[in-house]
Design a protein around this ligand. Structure first.
Ligand code: SF4
Length: 259
């Protein structure tokens, strides 16, 4: 990375930042991303250095002339960088933004959040995406740690902390082969937890090379994904329109309205 070059984009753009690369403390069965470690040298330490962080924030801000700027932090698991890293992030953003408004979104598996993290997110107005697949038996089926134990209890505690600190958050739920039969249970569980913004992401993972059309046993079929969405839609449309926001329904509704 050239730390000193300057560049001004003709249009605003969005970058997703992975400051710890593919490292994660979980070992979800359906994770396609942990394998990315193989793309790095054996002695790679993955952590974004302070020097790169400052250059990145300065150049990302200076290259765009929009009144608002948006940063997105992902992993692996971005909390593995530690809270002090993000304290530096917001300090640098203030230094270089010149009064422009800066937004931060943060996608986490929710196993490392505590009072300090949530107080920080609230103070700095981070939008947090929390990975939560449903109630414990559903969530723990695939979202396990390196020892094979489920992560539900930790994630649920994080959810409560996010609510306690009034952090703006949404949930990201993976849709697997079993999910169509569990759609209503998953949706009602999320609602019962006080989740009002939901995203449902299909798990489709190829086995073998790029020519293979075989997928893993946990991959949702195209028909299954359709059934899942239809079952949730039937619940949502009966009483939750304008109260619960399902990303895909909002996008479809917006397109239908010509937005
Ligand atoms: S939390 Fe995300 S990155 Fe970590 S193992 Fe699970 S799916 Fe992969």
């Amino acid at each position: 990375m050239d730390m000193n070059s300057s560049y001004t984009a003709t249009r605003s753009f969005h970058v997703m930042t992975k400051p710890i690369g593919p490292l994660c403390n979980l070992d979800c069965t359906y994770c396609f991303y942990l394998d990315k470690e193989k793309l790095f040298p054996a002695d790679e330490n993955y952590r974004m250095s302070d020097e790169v962080l400052e250059a990145y924030i300065r150049k990302y801000i200076q290259s765009q002339h929009t009144p608002e700027l948006s940063f997105a932090w992902q992993g692996g698991e971005p909390t593995l960088m530690g809270l002090d890293f993000y304290r530096k992030v917001t300090a640098l953003q203030r230094r270089y933004a010149g009064g422009r408004r800066v937004h931060n979104s943060f996608q986490t598996n929710g196993t490392k959040l505590d009072e300090d993290w949530c107080a920080f997110f609230a103070r700095e107005n981070f939008l947090v995406g929390l990975s939560l697949d449903g109630p414990a038996p559903i969530h723990d089926r695939y979202r396990v740690n390196k020892g094979g134990a489920g992560s539900f209890e930790q994630v649920f505690q994080s959810l409560e902390l996010l609510k306690k600190h009034r952090v703006e958050f949404n949930t990201l739920t993976c849709v697997t082969r079993q999910s169509p039969d569990e759609a209503v249970e998953i949706y009602n569980f999320l609602k019962s937890c006080g989740v009002t913004f939901m995203q449902f992401i299909p798990i489709v993972e190829r086995v073998g090379d790029l020519t293979s059309d075989t997928v893993t046993p946990w991959s949702v079929t195209s028909e299954g994904y359709g059934q899942f969405l239809c079952r949730i839609f039937d619940e949502w449309v009966q009483g939750d329109v304008g109260r619960i926001f399902v990303n895909l329904f909002d996008v479809a509704l917006g397109a239908w309205c010509g937005q």
